[in-house]
Design a protein around this ligand. Sequence first.
Ligand code: MG
Length: 103
Amino acid sequence: MNTETNREPTNQEILDILQEECAEVIHAISKCRRFGLDETKSSTESSNRQRLTEEVMDVLAMLDWAVERNILLDDIPDIVEVHFPAKRESVRRYCAYGDSVNA
Ligand SMILES: [Mg+2]
């Protein structure tokens, strides 16, 4: 890669890379579920937990860039204070519903 021609990504490229990083998170989660969080292929490689953490950090980095570009809304404090607890409650309801369906 020629670093002398570095340029800022377009908004479309930010979305493309965000999409790719989300897919990498999906892949990393699959490895964690199949082989366990602490599995490593060799003593020199990182664990599935480490790879998942790195991929989530990649997604967070791209989300931050998307906010900076105004691709996403920038009221992050509201998202953390309002959306995060609401999402957890939604997931808890979904889990309880799943339990009732599978009972
Ligand atoms: Mg990645």
